[in-house]
Design a protein around this ligand. Sequence first.
Ligand code: ADP
Ligand code: GLC
Length: 501
Amino acid sequence: MRRQGEEPINLGTGGMTDKPIEITMVASEMFPFAKSGGLGDVVGALPAALARMGHRVCVYLPAYRAVLNEHDPGSPAQVADVFAEARYQVFSLEHGGVSIRLVAADDLFDREGFYGDARGAFPDNAERFARFARGALSHMEQEGAYPFIIHCHDWQSALVPPLLKYRCADDAKWRGVSTVFTVHNLAYQGRFHPDDFTHTRLPDEMMGVDGLEFYGDLNFMKGGILFSDAVSTVSERYAQEMQTEEQGEGLEGVVALRSSSLFGIMNGIDDAVWNPETDPHIPAPFSLARPEGKAKCKSALKAELGLDSDAEGPLCVVVSRLAHQKGIDLIIDNMDELMDLGVSLAVLGTGEEALEEGLAEAAAAHPGRVAFVSAYDEALSHRMYAGGDVLLMPSRYEPSGLNQLYAMRYGALPYVRRVGGLADSVFSSPAPDPNVDTGFHFDAFAPADFLAGMERIRRVFLDRGLWRMMMCNAMEKDSGWDGVAPRYVDLYERAMRPQPR
Ligand code: ADP
Ligand code: GLC
């Protein structure tokens, strides 16, 4: 790590610096330690890709109970909070060329669940993630480990940039540490009662309209967006959409203020974990050169889920958080029409009660044609992508989406709404072209558009030659993180330069 007084490195070498950059990430999820969605996948893979480029990467995570139980991080460092009277235990371990730091704060993370339980979000989440940010910065200071870049993700680590800007600004040791804040989903902002501001230990004037105040509430994400040196999100299209009233979730004005420092970088996938040739979770390996295993995976999945083996239409799969964002209601509300088109449907997901009920009812009404597994099951998710012909993703909005990337790698053609990262990553030409298309799009979030696309899919599916051509295009697409990580290095280099404000 860079010590006090050292100058930042030269910039602007197109992601290929000849000097390694010290990068510290602060995040609430990282696969395989803690994952509830795509954030876990991204933080699980991007640091390792940066490390493969020769950079030195460290990730701070909360010391969730499950992580401490499943890994043995040894004895922790005792850390005093540099912002207030509080203490932390910070555990250290190494994983895939990346240093991991697990921040324990009293009993705030020593419980089941990351953000909540069956009763809903934990009532002390503001305190939990304020302490997480303070604990991470306090540990860096205690260790004298000042990186060039602190890269924060989503609201759970969004207090780091304002803390750094306002509590450490006059501290020479921190000068030259730049921050990058990545928005993975603008809908989850970390919005709390204004009284929770006390947990941030920021000066009172920061709870104003130019600070973390948002319609009278405290808003963590607003702090991350306003006070970082550069802001990014997880696709180019979402970087534009975030600035619109329709998708800005009320923060569009705040995002627009940072538009000259806002970048969209489409997510990648960990192609060692998501590789149908070597995947230990699927019943038969397959690849472009040896595609036979795909059919075996499909019959095995159908057998596993109790779906009829002789159905002729495509097997459509869904692997998803069951949240309003994901548009699963469009599938549920048009189930009879989908059945009339001859498709089979397998859904793996957990979430909102109404969606779970709708899917359970559909499975009961269409035995052998619709299967619903209400679970979070990493291994089954691999078998779903491997066994499916089509992945359905009718999202209302989608910052990036990883499922469609996994599906393409596993030869399941994505059928997606043309929004955010789905529009950027699934190629579907205006006049369908099997030579280049990797999936299918629809535009309006409406039954007519959705079903018209399904009808088209059914027709293409019956033409095995066309279908195979599209499968090849999809499987050939390279979405590995090694191609994406250099773009983050460019972003870090920009953030390290003084930015006009
Ligand atoms: P989001 O982060 O909005 O949920 P993404 O498409 O970015 O959406 O990432 C979702 C990730 O979570 C993928 O790795 C997907 O396979 C996984 N996932 C979602 N639901 C489940 C589930 N029920 N079981 C296993 N994996 C799931
Ligand atoms: C969020 C978004 C998703 C994205 C993921 C990882 O959960 O909803 O689109 O892929 O973060 O960036």
